[in-house]
Write a protein that binds this ligand. Structure first.
Ligand SMILES: Cc1ncc(C[n+]2csc(CCOP(=O)(O)OP(=O)(O)O)c2C)c(N)n1
Length: 566
């Protein structure tokens, strides 16, 4: 009897499905469903009707209409962080261009997001007709070309290329963990697909190179007395936390994480020694990491905010980095070796070490007067204190995330921040997307009020989809992080319109939500208690002094020179 392997079974299934006469958009959606995508974020538009109609006609899929396309892209980003993959759909020109900042963020932060764009019909394009959402010059590939640097692959879908291009784009998105662009001329979208194609086999490691890489890591570790692991964001983006954990458990090595990589491995693990942020924070962690004979990075990136404004000093001649498709051991590179394979092999062969580790520290206990103003010394430890196992904490760029990044997270809790791209406004829709991906988990959003003003309307979506987040809006009367980084902190460009934040949920249709504005530590405690007990969504405006800043943001203020100089 012939035994079918997974690829043969998948090929058989793809061929069978193609014969069933699916349309172009139906075929794409069915392949997205195979990846586990059930929700499509977006904003409707006439050129994208075939996409939206097909999503709505599919009983296993859900159309999630956002307030605008930027928010849709951020929501898809948040969904992909939790679910692994995501999709959004926008209309031609006006819609896709609004989404492009969010797509670029997904590119920078390694999130596979499928961007489905509705386009004018093929005939309209060929005739160069002057139709709406064009620049009026008869050109139709302008926006497709604008998307190019922000995606890892793109295609205009036709009945003839649909099956093959779908497989190519899926393979690119999953391998690179980055967004892809699929344009659908609206007549083609509803035409039946032509032909079949074989599913692309997943790339495999070069066995010799992998054995050499793993042997080299094992040799390096055997020769050193102290070592530690710094797991990076690609571990979680590639769904490899279990494999990285197996390496930690087998080697017994301590691990520290950098800002963007927070919670890649569970912070309740006994080998966790804390957050490493160069010279800016946690001096004892810096001393430990930089004092090790060998530091093993797993897909970690030394960006500005990961490296404490480039003050992190890891000696590349002795360190190791396990990358997506290569391994570096000191100065030697091993190519065509996949991170997923290396981790499995390493867990089997890595020597077990006894490295004296540090106890991981968090933010300690809140210190403050119940009747006194909310200080940073009270606020951040208090937020840490309210966290529960399994929570999803989404923290916006700004002083708030720079405080929360050093909280010790409970078991199974995750921390999301757009550390590299850093587009303010991201967190509110991203929290919505994360909550859609895991409605059974508690979503906690912490955003500065300045960032919130960019995308606050998405709060209404939580209630619309029956989600019950706890939202904190930190109101420090302006762009505090900018005040700390610019020449004149009181510059007028850091001021904001003064909103009545705590009234937003009601205005945005969140009926029955708990909403409060708190100015003292006691009021904050009470509001947190009510938010945890109310059984509805909760929204708390936390009012602090204008310069009440978290420790890292103050350190950045002191080190602007290394942040901005080359
Ligand atoms: C889309 C975008 N526009 C502008 C900026 C520059 N920027 C970075 S942080 C920030 C202010 C954030 O203020 P707020 O959310 O109130 O947080 P705070 O630092 O005051 O706590 C600005 C304007 C950015 N990062 N992204």
């Amino acid at each position: 009897m012939r035994v079918l392997d997974i690829t043969s079974l998948k090929n058989f299934f793809l061929q069978w499905r193609a014969k069933m006469g699916q349309s172009v958009i139906q075929h794409v959606l069915s392949r997205l469903k195979d990846l586990g995508i059930k929700d499509v974020f977006g904003v409707a538009g006439d050129y994208a009707f075939p996409i939206e109609d097909a999503v709505c006609a599919d009983k296993e899929m859900r159309w999630v209409g956002n307030s605008n396309e930027l928010n849709a892209a951020y929501s898809a980003d948040g969904y992909a962080r939790i679910h692994g993959v995501a999709a959004l759909s926008t209309t031609y020109g006006v819609g896709e261009l609004s989404a492009i900042n969010g797509i670029a963020g997904a590119y920078a932060e390694h999130l596979p997001v499928f961007h489905l764009v509705g386009m004018p019909t093929s005939g309209v394009q060929a005739a160069r007709r002057l139709v709406h959402h064009t620049l009026g010059n008869g050109e139709f590939d302008i926006f497709y070309n604008m998307a190019e640097p922000m995606v890892c692959a793109r295609a205009i879908m036709t009945p003839e290329n649909c099956v093959a291009e779908t497989e190519r784009l899926i393979a690119a998105a999953l391998q690179e963990r980055r967004p892809v662009y699929m344009g659908f001329p609206s007549d083609y979208a509803n035409m039946p697909v032509v032909g079949t194609v074989k599913a692309r086999p997943a790339p495999v490691s070069d066995t010799d190179a992998m054995n050499a890489a793993v042997a080299s890591i094992v040799d390096a570790l055997s020769a050193c007395s102290t070592a530690c692991i710094v797991p990076g964001i690609l571990v979680s983006r590639r769904g490899l936390a279990d494999r990285a954990l197996a390496v930690v458990n087998a080697s017994n090595l301590p691990f520290a994480t950098m800002f963007m990589d927070k919670c890649v491995l569970d912070e309740s693990h006994p080998n966790y020694i804390g957050m490493y942020d160069g010279k800016l924070m946690n001096e004892q962690v810096r001393e430990f990491v930089e004092g090790c004979d060998c530091v093993i990075g797993i897909g970690a990136m030394l960006t500005d905010f990961n490296s404490g404004s480039f003050t992190a000093q890891i000696d590349s001649s002795t360190s190791i980095n396990i990358l997506q498709n290569a391994v570096r051991v000191g100065k030697a590179f091993y190519n065509n070796v996949r991170m997923e394979d290396v981790l499995v092999e390493l867990a089997k062969r890595i020597p077990r070490k006894q490295v004296p580790a540090l106890p991981a520290e968090g933010l300690g206990a809140p210190v403050g007067d119940p009747d006194g103003p909310i200080t940073a010394g009270y606020l951040y430890p208090r937020w840490q204190q309210m966290l529960k196992p399994g929570d999803m904490l989404i923290a916006e760029t700004g002083t708030a995330s720079m405080g929360l990044g050093f909280a010790r997270m409970p078991k199974g809790a995750t921390f999301q921040n757009q550390t590299l791209w850093g587009s303010i406004g991201w967190a509110t829709p991203a929290a919505f997307g994360a909550a859609m991906a895991a409605p059974h988990r508690r979503t906690i959003l912490v955003t500065g009020e300045g960032s919130h003003q960019l995308t606050a309307q998405e709060v209404g979506q939580f209630h619309r989809f029956g989600l019950k987040p706890i939202i904190f809006v930190l109101n420090n009367d302006g762009y505090l992080i900018e005040r700390l980084l610019c020449k004149d902190p009181e510059a007028y460009y850091n001021d904001l319109a003064k909103w009545n934040y705590s009234k937003l949920p009601e205005a945005l249709g969140c009926e029955g939500w708990f909403s409060a504005r708190v100015t003292t530590c006691g009021e904050l405690d009470q509001a947190i208690a009510q938010a945890q007990a109310c059984g509805t969504g909760a929204y708390i405006e936390v009012v602090t002094g204008r310069y009440e800043a978290s420790a890292l943001s103050l350190k950045l203020h002191e080190s602007v020179d290394t942040l901005y100089s080359a």
